[in-house]
Design a protein around this ligand. Structure first.
Ligand code: ZN
Length: 274
């Protein structure tokens, strides 16, 4: 054991690498899991990606991402449903047990309306997901993204949505970057675990100052998120899956990716020591 058996890295984190490069590097570093972003395998396709994966002992943790259900026209919403079904099929093809959902928001309508459309979207794709054996993980996003990326912005909203379905195929992905500020986080994580809805756990850090709202995430320990404390809540809620490092960073994408991977691993080891 490398001590990294519960470490998973999202392919977007090492965006400059090809999928093959990622797998080679993660495997030789002893990283236990990978979460695959669609763009990483778009050119080769899910079936070729699945064939490649057979040569590695790395576990596919999740496929990223579906969602974006709200839309101002019926046509836009039904296109989103078709797209989500395709993402479910691709997740199944690469052996991902979970499809992460960035649920979407339509800025020309209010958030309640968008949340209703998210519920309708989930209803429409759930039979497909169940049949494919792929769980849908609702990822609440920080409210700074409530304009276009997600009308689900707190764990409470994500829990409410997941509980409507009461299905083992609908749950929640907890991402510290989006949720660390929430005074109800501990209680809502506990609620999520108690309902059996805690499907995934994403980590990185919130740098201060943050220079870019999307692409300036930090390495664990580099910012102000109490990650060790949140990790404890997640464990206490019964979650024993992977800790998934998901860092979008123009700064880190511009550096040598092997050097960056070393930084990820050392900051992860530092985190799990605490
Ligand atoms: Zn995330």
């Amino acid at each position: 054991m490398s001590g990294l058996d519960r470490l998973c890295i999202h392919t977007i984190t090492n965006k400059p690498w090809t999928f093959e490069e990622l797998l080679d590097q993660y495997a030789s570093a002893g990283v236990g899991g990978v979460s695959i972003w669609q763009n990483a395998i778009e050119d080769m396709g899910a079936n070729k990606a699945a064939t490649l994966l057979e040569d590695y002992s790395i576990q596919v943790v999740s496929y990223v991402r579906g969602g974006f259900f709200p839309g101002s026209s019926e046509q836009a919403r039904s296109k989103a449903i078709d797209h989500n079904k395709k993402m479910i099929d691709e997740a199944a093809a690469v052996g991902a047990p979970i499809l992460v959902l960035v649920c979407g928001a339509e800025p020309t309508q209010n958030l309640v309306h968008s949340r209703n459309q998210i519920k309708e979207g989930l209803e429409a794709i759930l039979p497909h997901a169940t049949e494919a054996g792929v769980k849908l993980a609702i990822e609440p996003l920080h409210p700074m993204y409530a304009d276009t990326r997600s009308a689900i912005n707190t764990m409470e909203q994500a829990n409410d949505m997941a509980e409507v379905f009461d299905s083992e195929y609908v749950g929640v992905a907890v991402d510290v970057y989006h949720l660390w500020w929430d005074p109800h986080l501990e209680a809502e994580i506990k609620r999520c675990g108690a309902k059996g809805n805690l499907l995934a756990y994403h980590i990185c850090d919130w740098k201060y100052p943050t220079e870019d709202m999307l692409n300036d995430r930090g390495l664990m320990g580099e910012g102000c998120i109490p990650i060790a404390e949140i990790s404890r809540w997640v464990k206490e809620a019964g979650f024993n899956g992977f800790e998934e490092v998901e860092i979008f960073s123009t700064k880190y994408w511009s550096m040598d990716q092997n050097e960056f991977l070393n930084k990820i691993i050392s900051s992860y080891k530092e985190l799990i020591k605490t």
